[in-house]
Design a protein around this ligand. Structure first.
Ligand code: GRF
Length: 240
């Protein structure tokens, strides 16, 4: 990393919040280290002390901090949230990346990082928000589901959509097999979405997010496959 006073020139500094496995974090780290995206993971913060995500960060030489969430089950206490903000600020974080972070963030946090918090969800939003999006899709019986990268707003999985990937549901799928198929697409579109932000290519009007032309491709195939016309591949949902 070509450092310049702690900030690599022209690169977006992200802070990743993660509670568990950290496979999306790993995909972002790998894309960053391979130079596919103009993004540096500046710090990883977890509410879970033994989250594998923290170990993944440490293995990559990235600062990894456990901050206890406090007494609530689904949220951070205001004190804990303040600590998250301090750590993110200390590391010069410009965009906050939620990667399997299991806590709802308060308005004060979202206001502090207005329009600069992103999340990945294992379904084609607005279908199947909340927990277990893959199981919800199976239970409903849809034939297509997918993954969504979106900006975070005050609702649960309701923020403006940045990228989506379409994934087929196969006969005989279990939650595990479907989750694995979706996860592969999460790992593709999350770095890609961060690159769009890093390259300044996103425009938002109301809740409509569009990407402008430019040289910001994260090395993905960038196609818009996976349409409902029988293509069993996967691609961004735009135009499908
Ligand atoms: C992913 O399925 C993501 O869509 C959801 O939480 C899971 C995180 O997985 N928000 P990992 O920790 O990135 O492996």
């Amino acid at each position: 990393m070509g450092e310049n006073g702690g900030k690599s020139v022209g690169r977006l500094r992200v802070g990743v919040l993660a509670s568990g496995r950290g496979s999306n974090l790993q995909a972002i780290i790998d894309s960053s280290l391979k130079g596919r995206i103009d993004v540096d993971v500046a710090v990883v913060v977890s509410d879970v002390e033994d989250a594998p995500a923290l170990e993944r960060a440490r293995s990559a030489g990235i600062p990894a901090v456990h901050v206890p969430p406090g007494r609530f089950r689904t949220r951070l206490t205001p004190e804990a949230e303040q600590r998250y903000v301090e750590i993110l600020d200390e590391h010069g974080v410009e965009v906050v990346v939620l990667a399997g972070f299991m806590r709802i963030l308060h308005d004060s946090f979202l206001t502090r990082y207005a329009g600069r918090v992103v999340n990945v969800h294992p379904a084609l939003l607005p279908s199947f928000p909340g927990l277990h999006g893959q199981r919800q899709a199976l239970d409903y019986g849809v034939k297509w589901t997918g993954a969504t990268v979106h900006f975070v707003d005050a609702g649960v999985d309701t923020g403006p959509v940045i990228l989506q990937a379409v994934v087929p549901v196969m006969d005989g799928d279990t939650e595990e097999t479907l989750s694995a198929r979706i996860l592969a697409q999460e790992h593709r579109i999350y770095p890609e979405a961060l690159q769009l932000i890093a390259a300044g290519r996103l425009r938002m009007e109301g809740r409509l997010v569009t990407s402008t032309g430019g040289n910001g491709d994260a090395g993905g195939d960038g196609d818009a496959g996976g349409d409902a016309g029988g293509d069993a591949g996967a691609g961004e949902g735009s135009g499908t």
